[in-house]
Design a protein around this ligand. Structure first.
Ligand code: GLY
Length: 409
């Protein structure tokens, strides 16, 4: 009997080894792929730049964002809200490989984004600066990066509206909106929490917490799905309107917005330990992963309420973002951890098997099938840089969680 128990234990241990190896295998396999594919991306960038004007070259129109309707590589300059993702991918490559080749590439693509540190016309500072300089600072301790990030955080803080209790997201459409706040803005709070820790200036912490609390109060419906845009009265702070911009209807649940919310409240809990933020993240996860329109492979349609499901495009980016949050949530809710881990692993497995781009093709992107703004007929079912960035981040988080018990990079 004892022998038998021993054998069963051994068998279980071996099975665990196999599972562990396979689980780690998916990380190695995708980083091997990314290593080759991103080198190919550099050649694609160079080819796309051949016909650029002097002004475009001076503006560093060099960051791959998407594949255009004519099949060409869509490049953007540092001003675009997505500029930080490509350098962020290169930093993740450096983190994984420890190879100076990637560090040098990451530094080269990070540097031009410095100009954005004083750009107070947008809330996208976190996306641009935290994904590029933030990862660079975390991995190298470069003091210059720290100074740039502190200035960027100070600029972002100028968009905080005390009366509303939120950072103003957008300045366009000023005839309609007074103080529009979008759910995506939750992601920019990470830069403010970092600035608080780096400077000990509690203003950053307070702005981030107030923004998250106001958003929790006004952006969410009873089922914990969220509106995309909430517009506030600048003078009174009252809600003027709740609506969509990139979703299919004002009352719909735009998929990437739900993922931004999930990641946003998870990071807020990490930085504050306030239980209300953990509860919010858990409730958002429940909305997403028990949604009747979530496909079996857990890669959502672009909107959970899109009218022609199942004949709607998917959004691989929403899945990548959600996977990042789920790995971290495993640390904060031990009871639900097996479920969160299973969902996140399923996402990564399916992205790897069925959504991965072709090596040395697809303009050097890693994943296919993301959707930027179907409501504007823009970026439908194409590779987009933020899907790739969060895909690599989720892989790193998975590896770290399995090896060290923490998914915080
Ligand atoms: N932050 C804009 C988007 O998610 O498309």
């Amino acid at each position: 009997m004892k022998l038998q128990t021993g054998f069963i234990s051994l068998l279980l241990a071996c099975t665990a080894c196999t599972v562990q190896t396979n689980q780690t295998g998916i990380v190695d396999n995708n980083f091997d792929f990314a290593s080759q594919q991103l080198k190919y991306a550099f050649t694609e960038i160079d080819s796309a730049k051949v016909n650029q004007t002097e002004k475009q070259i001076a503006n560093f129109l060099s960051y791959p964002r998407n594949i255009q309707p004519d099949g060409s590589l869509g490049l953007v300059n540092p001003h675009d809200w997505t500029s930080g993702f490509f350098p962020g991918e290169l930093w993740y490559m450096y983190e994984y490989t420890k190879d100076d080749f990637w560090k040098q590439k990451a530094e080269y693509f990070t540097a031009p984004i410095e100009q954005e540190k004083t750009n107070g016309t947008t809330h996208d500072m976190g996306f641009k600066v935290y994904c590029s300089f933030g990862n660079g600072y975390r991995l190298t301790g470069n003091q210059q990066y720290k100074d740039i990030m502190l200035e960027a955080a100070s600029t972002l803080a100028t968009r905080y509206r005390d009366k509303v209790g939120c950072i103003r997201s957008w300045d366009f459409n000023a005839n309609d909106w007074q103080c529009p706040v979008i759910i995506d803005n939750m992601m920019n709070l990470e830069l403010l929490f970092w600035a608080f820790k780096a400077s000990q200036d509690s203003t950053y912490y307070n702005i981030a917490v107030n923004h998250a609390q106001t958003t929790m109060k006004n952006h969410f419906r009873e089922d914990f799905s969220s509106y995309h845009v909430v517009d506030y009265d600048t003078l009174t702070g009252a809600v003027r309107r709740k609506q969509t911009h990139q979703g299919c209807a004002d009352e719909s649940a735009w998929s990437r917005g739900q993922a931004w919310g999930l990641y946003g409240y998870t990071l807020c809990y990490r930085e504050t330990q306030l239980p209300e933020f953990l509860a919010q993240a858990k409730n958002i996860a429940k909305f997403i992963f028990t949604n009747k329109n979530m496909p079996e492979d857990l890669i959502p349609y672009w909107d959970y309420d899109a009218p022609n499901i199942p004949n709607e495009s998917r959004d691989a980016s929403a899945a990548s973002v959600a996977a990042c949050a789920l790995y971290e949530l495993c640390m904060y809710d031990k009871e639900q951890a097996p479920q969160y881990k299973e969902w996140a692993d399923t996402i990564l497995s399916n992205l790897s098997k069925h959504y991965r781009a072709t090596l040395n093709a697809d303009r050097g992107f890693l994943l296919l099938h993301s959707t930027g703004a179907a409501s504007y007929n823009s970026e439908i079912d194409v590779p987009i840089n933020y899907a790739d960035y969060y895909f690599l981040e989720a892989l790193l988080k998975k590896a770290k969680l399995e090896k060290e018990g923490t998914a915080v990079l």
